[in-house]
Design a protein. Structure first.
Length: 256
């Protein structure tokens, strides 16, 4: 009996590891690689500009955080794992430099977590080792500044809990995921990604009626955002959001 249970546990662990390696990339915002050729140059130019500024003012926290953010965003369009890892490590270093002198800077904790998430995308199953550190940084960011990046700490922690394997492998938890995705909408209802992530999660959990309800609540807010998030910076996000909303409406069989 004991041996059979042990074998079952080992099989569960192995299956979870292989599953995790296939969706480690979901621990950050959904990749925009399908539009990579269109937006690569735009985010590369931002990255280069922020890097130049940071190199001239490494003791300036604002410059460091802007660079950490630029590293994460450009890594979304990286063409290979080596480039993504290099960008992530640069962003990690910049965020940690801020935390050395400002340990209570919530934004620094957030961008540290985000770049750790990018790094996890290059690690396969070994990304499990990074998950706990990501969780710690997101939780600290929530404690210090839950509003950063349109409630980004809640949004991404919700996705982390959704996609990481559960006990005994890792920290995955449907209950915690629902809580933080809901909090993201509470803190920043105007941001499309907060709604889209929750709807996608309901679908992933097989909760179609909840997905339909959230979709109907979200559409007016998302349409309103089209009139406010209009700068060139948002074009990549809108391309991503529009594609994901189309997939959602197809699955829900709802015509917009």
């Amino acid at each position: 009996m004991y041996k059979a249970r042990l074998i079952t546990l080992i099989l569960i662990i192995v299956q979870a590891i292989f599953a995790f390696s296939s969706y480690a990339s979901e621990l950050v915002e959904p990749t925009l690689s399908s539009n990579g050729n269109v937006f690569y140059g735009y985010f590369q130019s931002i990255y280069k500009n922020k890097k130049d500024t940071y190199n001239q003012s490494k003791t300036n926290s604002r410059c460091a955080l802007d660079f950490a953010k630029a590293c994460f965003e450009f890594a979304e369009f990286a063409t290979n794992k080596t480039q993504r890892a290099e960008l992530a490590n640069e962003g990690i270093e910049a965020a940690k430099n801020v935390l050395q002198v400002e340990p209570d800077n919530g934004e620094a904790h957030y961008w540290l977590a985000m770049n750790l998430a990018q790094l996890s995308r290059t690690k396969g199953w070994s990304a499990l080792k990074i998950v706990k550190e990501m969780e710690k940084e997101y939780l600290r960011a929530i404690e210090l500044n839950p509003f950063v990046d349109y409630a980004g700490p809640h949004r991404l922690l919700g996705i982390l809990y959704r996609d990481a394997p559960g006990w005994p492998i890792s920290i995955g938890s449907k209950q915690k995921s629902k809580h933080h995705l809901g909090q993201a909408i509470k803190f920043a209802p105007e941001f499309p990604d907060n709604h889209i992530f929750l709807i996608e999660s309901y679908l992933k959990w097989g909760e179609k009626s909840a997905a339909v309800d959230q979709y109907k609540k979200a559409l007016p807010l998302i349409e309103k955002a089209r009139g406010t998030l209009t700068e060139d910076y948002w074009k990549a996000s809108w391309a991503d959001w529009t594609a994901r909303l189309k997939k959602i409406s197809d699955k829900l069989k709802i015509s917009n």
